[in-house]
Every structure is written in C-alpha cells, then in structure tokens.
Write a protein that binds this ligand. Structure first.
Ligand code: ARG
Ligand code: GLU
Length: 755
C-alpha cells in the first residue's frame, strides 16, 4: 500500500482542468476520478468498474486482436466489436460467391460460426503499480541505454515473482514516459469465431467519404464469439471447444441516450502523445503529417480507381485500402485541427507558464535548460525524420512488391545467419505465406504505384537520399518513371505466385542467385542502404536524446504543475474515458447535435453507389417505420457523439451508461478533433459511437438473427430497469422477412436449440 501511495502522491488532484479529458487507468479511478464521474451523472462506484475482488465491468472488456476493443454481451461469450475491427476476418472468409463483405454474414447455429486462426481476445485479470520495483537502481543522470537495461532487468525479476495462474500471462508497461510502471495479468483466448456481420453497405456505410466525419450513419459493428476448453480456459481452435462463460457481460440498454447523459468508454487506446513540447507539434503538423499524406495520396488514387472499376479488385484491396485510407484521412484532420485550435500556440503558452515557475523556484533549476534543448534537438532531427517518414511509408505498405521482396530478403538473412538449415526453415514459412500475399495482389496496380512513389521520393527528397540503383534504373528508362516501373516488373519474379514458387523450388544456391538478381529485391536493398546509411544513424542519435529528455520533461511537468491532474498517454493498455453525450460547434454558424437517425441514412442514399448504397431490406424497414422496440418517437437512432477522450484502439469499445449498461459502440472521432492524440480540446473533440439500438435493430429486424437477440440481456434502465423478454415475432416481422431480402441468412429459421 505504501508503495502505491508513494508513486501516486504526485498525481493528486486539486484543480479540474478539463472536465473530460483523459484516458484513465481503471485501478486508479477511485483515487482520481470517481467524484468527478459522479458529478457527471455516474451512478456506479469505481469498484463496479474495476475490481479484483468481484466481477466488474472490466471483466467484460476484451483487447481484440491486439488492435481493437470488444465487449462480452452474453453469458455464452458473445463478443461485440466494430465492423472495421472484424473487417480482415470478414474479408478472409469472402469470395465472389460468398461475399460476406457485400452481403453480410449471420451464423444461424454455433456450428456455422467461422474460426479465425491468429485472432485473439484478451482479458485483464488485474493491474498493479510496480513503479518502485521497476525503477530500483535507476538514477536521473543515467543515459538511455543504461537506464533501459536496468529497468529491463528489474522487469524480468518482477515478472518472475508475479502471482498468476498457469493460463495467465504477465505484461509490464512504462507510463508517463517511463516514470511509472504497471503490471497487467492477462488471459488470452485463441479460438474466436465470426458470428455475424452486416453488409458493408451498413457496416461501412459512407466508407471513406464519411470516415472521421460527423454526422455519421455507419452501423460499424460485427459479432464474434470466444470459445474455451471444457474448463473455461484458453485453448487453440478445436471443434470440441465450448462458448466462454464470462465473469461479466454487459446488459444492453434499450433506452438510448440524451444530450448530457454520462458516458464511459472502456477499452484499449493505442497511442497518444499529450505531453510533447511545441516543437514536436510543429514538426508533426508542418513536416511529418504532410509527408505521409503526400505518399498515400498517390497510392490511394491508384488503388481507388482500380477498385471502382473491378469487383474482384474491390475485394482483394478492401482491407489494405481501408488501412491506408484510414490513417491518411486522420492525418489530414489532425493537421487541420492542430492549426485550427492553435495547438502550437497553446503549447507555447503552457511552456511559458512552465518557464515562469521553473525560474522562480530553485529546486527546479535543473529544468531550466529543458525547452531550449528540445528546440535544438527538434531542429536537428527534422530533416532526418522527414526523410524517414517518406521511406517508412514507401517501404511499409504502399508498395506491395517491396513487402514480397522483404520476405525473400529474409530468406537471404536466414541463410547468412544459420546456413542451409536456416534457409530451409525460412523457406517453409515463406511458402506457406505466399498464397496469402498473392491472393490479393495485382502487379499491374502495384507497378503504377511504384512509378508514382519513386517519382515523389526523388522530387521531395532530392538526390541526397536517392539510391544509386534507382538512379540507374531510371537512367536506363530514359528518365521515365512509368517505363522504369514497367521494366522492373517485367524482370521481377515477384510479380506472380507461380514465378515465386518456381524460384523457391530451385536448389538453394540458384534461388539465392535469382534473389540477388531480382530488380525488386535490389530496389529494396538499395532503399534500405540509403535508409541505414543516411537516415537512421542521425535519426536514432537525436531521437534517443529526445526520449531521454521527454522522460525528464514529463517528470518536470508533473512536479511543476503539481496541482494539475495528469493521465498517462495511451499505450494499448486498458483505460477508461468518461464524458457526456454532447454536440459541438466546429465553425462559426455551424453546430452539430449529438444524435443521428435512420432518416439521415436515407438522406445520404445514392442507389448503386460505391459508398452510399442502402440495402433494399433496410429501405423497406424504413418505409414501414418498422423499428420494433428499437425506435424512439417514430425514428430509429443510428449514432451519437460524446466528449470521451479516445483514440485508435478504442474502436469497438463499449459506450456504457451511468449504471453499467451498453448504450453504444465507439468507432471513430470527428474530423476536427482527431488531433486529440496530441492536444485534446474540449470544444471540438468528440468520439463517435453507433447507437446500441441500431446494432440490435440490424441484428434483429434486418438480419432476423433473433437467436442472438435471445442470448443478450436487454434492459430499460431509464424506465425502471426491467428486463424485457425477447419479444415475440410480430406478424409484420414475419411478412417483412419473406419480402425482397438481401440478407440471405433469413431464409432458414435459426435453430433455437443451438442457443
Ligand atoms: N476511422 C475509424 C478508425 O480509425 C474507422 C475506420 C474504418 N473505416 C474506414 N472507412 N476505413 O478505425
Ligand atoms: N476507428 C478507430 C480505431 O480503430 C477509433 C477512432 C479513433 O481513432 O478515435 O480504433
């Protein structure tokens, strides 16, 4: 207890700066947040949210596939997350014949639920502050390496001593730039099956045009189920596995939300950087984001054109495109928001306050040089971080053939490291992965991307960062980038699976020779040479110093502004964000209210459109206003916004009401507010959630998956909290199902006994 108190003592709350900013550690809510949460309308206690002694909300919250959040919504391990979180899985089960992306998917019995190798669902058993032990022997003047190795050793010791069950795992993470450490005991389930997904025209309605934008009308959800072995423990996929019996699952409220209602978003936010100096923010908005955006502008224009003109390409590139487009659009909003809210100026003002205190108080003398040092370091690092941004984009995801080349380069590395045995082992892995890659690969598209991006690279970074190999290729093509790319693709064996397989079938020495002579592999090597000779040495040198300085600056901010309440930056660990349902005013004379309805879907409807088509069945339900128990005053709620501080990774996080019921599913933020990763501004930062009633409506009325509805616990917290029985199907329901029906799954009645 003493340990906890000590390491927390400098966190104590006096002033409430922003009512709702922050991603808080669940185990500290009682200490730091409970009072404020109650003042915002919460009816629960901190112990109801996080407890190690009894089942609490946290036991229903899952880290989904390591990158998203999901929540348990039935006593049979039913899991709700976003459509875009399950997108890769939905895509991988889709073909032109069974196009689940296009038509949706609904398992009518548990037997029909689809396994997803590699997909995991992790629960948190408990969280502990281990700061004292992790920082034992660490001193303020240590350089980054020495400090890290001391901490690493400490962490190993703590892990070895951690109390846990055989099926649990331990994870220790730094917080506040390495000034605190917390330990997480986790349980990871490995058999997670796809249960249901709406068609993309619902789950991804509005696609890229609407992404990161409010008002929003996307039914961004999909449903999975966790399976366990007969003892309810994690197990690899096996037919004999049984549905998980969770410690807690979330009841779902049918009463919806009103402006001002309390909301809790509980999940695994990925990464934020709220405590950087102004110089870092300028670099981001003026240099790094624009660099990354300019690369993706090119790739996306080419992919998008190809996807729109070819249904096969649309499936093949759906997941890759969504990933690239998502961050691309977010960065654009981020730059806009940072400028609009004067983030750099705000940071400068904050730094001026910091300096004032530091100058006045002798005990802070050691912090006087911090900001000037940052200024110099950011000036020094910028040319390298800019070059790195271009190279990282180009070598990581935009050019697909370089990804294939990278796998073959791994073969060479394995041979160099472990001889023939190493080669054979790597070759086996590579052979297994080839189909995955080529199934979704169209070299004719990639070739155009190569031409466009190599031109951009040379134009933006100049000769200094150009590889000799590229210069030669280009010269051979008379300076024409298209011709250069054409030659490269003509001569590379990486453009087809058959050619790649043929190379692997050769004796090792021949295969290695072919790899060494392949122009795509050579291009990758040459880009890497530039990267490791001209970019990373300086970048790493400055970056290490920036990190060490940031560790000090973080501590300094907490000491200097000791009356301010600090929350740690997101680091993919479990957090609570709380706020209220709230609209916002992005511009003069423009204001957004907090709730959208199905009427808005119909306003956006463009028949046959790539992004804004609406399925016939949904239009029909709209015409009949057949919303069942999910409507409100004759309208069907679709999405709402709130002031919860969220980021990537919070996708799929439950939005929870004052009593602990599910009211929505977090899936996005508003355009102007995506800069909340660097500078949360309560005036325009809003998270976007699908209304739980829309999810239920789609499952029940649209898809007819009443089997799933029966499994859930639907409640009326605002109307006295009674739990309605799953409603009997009305005559109208039955008639609707017979009529034109894009969700083919309706045709066979669900086998109730399966559930
Ligand atoms: N912007 C949301 C997030 O960051 C949703 C992304 C999925 N949608 C899309 N159109 N790519 O994950
Ligand atoms: N869609 C994001 C995700 O995948 C959440 C939106 C955000 O970044 O706030 O986590």
């Amino acid at each position: 207890m003493k340990k906890l108190v000590l390491s927390l003592s400098f966190l104590f709350v006096v002033r409430l700066a922003f009512a709702v900013e922050g991603m808080w550690l669940p185990l500290l809510l009682g200490l730091l947040n409970e009072t404020e949460m109650k003042s915002l309308g919460m009816k629960m206690t901190a112990e109801d949210i996080y407890s190690v002694n009894k089942g609490s909300l946290k036991d229903a919250i899952v880290h989904f596939g390591g990158g998203c959040t999901a929540e348990v919504i039935s006593d049979k391990g039913l899991l709700l997350t976003n459509h875009h979180c399950g997108f890769g899985e939905i895509q991988s089960h889709s073909t032109l014949e069974h196009n689940y992306l296009e038509d949706g998917f609904w398992a009518k019995t548990m037997k029909e639920e689809l396994p997803n190798p590699g997909l995991t669902a992790s629960f948190i058993s408990r969280i502990e502050d281990v700061t004292m032990a992790a920082l034992a022997g660490v001193t303020e003047d240590m350089d980054k390496k020495t400090r890290q190795s001391t901490v690493d050793k400490n962490i190993e010791t703590i892990k070895a001593a951690a109390k846990k069950e055989a099926w649990e795992e331990v994870m220790i993470r730094p917080f506040f730039a390495g000034n605190q450490y917390f330990m997480f005991i986790t349980v990871t389930y490995k058999d997670v099956r796809l249960v249901g997904a709406p068609p993309s025209s619902i789950g991804k309605f509005g696609a890229d045009t609407d992404n990161w934008v409010w008002p929003r009308h996307t039914g961004d959800f999909s449903i999975f189920r966790i399976y366990a072995d007969k003892d309810n423990r994690p197990a690899e996929y096996a037919e004999s596995n049984v549905p998980l019996k969770p410690k807690h699952f979330l009841p779902i409220s049918l009463d919806g939300v009103a402006e001002g209602d309390f909301t809790l978003v509980f999940g695994f936010p990925g990464r934020t950087n709220e405590y950087l100096p102004s110089y870092a923010i300028s670099q981001l908005a003026d240099v790094l984001d624009p660099a990354r955006i300019s690369v993706r502008d090119k790739t996306l224009a080419i992919w998008d054109g190809a996807m729109r003109s070819d249904a096969q390409v649309k499936i093949q590139y759906a997941d890759k495109q969504a990933g690239l487009a998502n961050a691309w659009k977010k960065w654009k909003g981020e730059v806009l928001g940072l400028r609009k809210t004067g983030a750099v100026k705000k940071k400068q003002a904050y730094e001026a306050d910091f300096k004032k205190v530091v100058v006045l108080d002798a005990k802070f003398a050691k912090y006087q040089k911090l900001l000037p040092e940052f200024e110099q370091l950011y000036r020094d690092i910028t040319p390298y971080s800019e070059a790195k941004a271009y190279y990282d984009e180009i070598m990581g995801g935009n050019i697909e053939i370089l990804r294939a080349a990278n796998r073959f380069a791994g073969l060479v590395k394995a041979k160099d490291k472990n001889g023939e045995a190493g080669y054979q082992e790597e070759k086996k892995k590579l052979q297994e992965g080839l189909t995955d890659f080529y199934k979704d690969y169209r070299p004719e598209i990639d070739q155009r991307v190569v031409a466009a991006l190599m031109e951009l690279l040379v134009r933006k970074l100049g000769k200094e960062y150009q590889s000799d190999f590229l210069a030669n290729l280009l010269a051979a093509a008379g300076g024409n980038y298209e011709k250069m790319a054409e030659n490269l693709f003509k001569n590379s064996f990486l453009t087809s699976q058959a050619a790649a397989v043929a190379i692997l079938d050769k004796p090792m020495e021949d295969a290695l020779k072919a790899i060494a002579n392949d122009p795509a592999c050579q291009l990758l090597n040459s880009l890497r040479d530039v990267y490791s000779a001209k970019i990373t040495p300086k970048f790493n040198e400055y970056n290490d110093r920036i990190e060490t300085l940031q560790n000090t600056y973080m501590r300094a901010q907490m000491e200097v502004f000791s009356n301010k309440k600090f929350y740690p930056d997101a680091n993919s660990t479990m957090r609570c964000s709380y706020g209220q349902v709230q609209g916002y005013k992005p511009q003069d004379a423009v204001s957004f209210s907090s709730q959208t309805y199905l009427d808005g879907v119909m306003e956006k409807y463009v028949p046959g459109d790539y992004e804004f088509d609406v399925p016939a069945r949904l239009r029909e339900l709209y015409e009949k206003k057949d919303y069942g128990q999910y409507g409100e005053n004759g309208k069907l709620p679709v999405a709402f916004i709130g002031s919860n501080h969220t980021t990537g990774g919070n996708s799929g996080s439950p939005a929870i009401d004052a009593q602990g019921n599910l009211i929505g599913l977090n899936f996005d933020r508003v355009w102007e507010g995506t800069m909340s990763d660097y500078n949360y501004d309560p005036s325009i930062c809003r998270n976007i959630m699908v209304d739980a009633r829309y999810v239920l409506f789609i499952v029940d009325k649209y898809a007819g998956a009443t089997n799933l509805i029966k499994e859930m616990k639907l409640v009326h917290p605002k109307k006295g909290g009674s739990t309605p029985k799953a409603k009997q199907e009305s005559k109208a329901d039955k008639m609707n199902k017979k009529s034109s029906d894009p969700a083919k799954s309706l045709k066979a009645a669900p086998k109730a006994e399966e559930y």
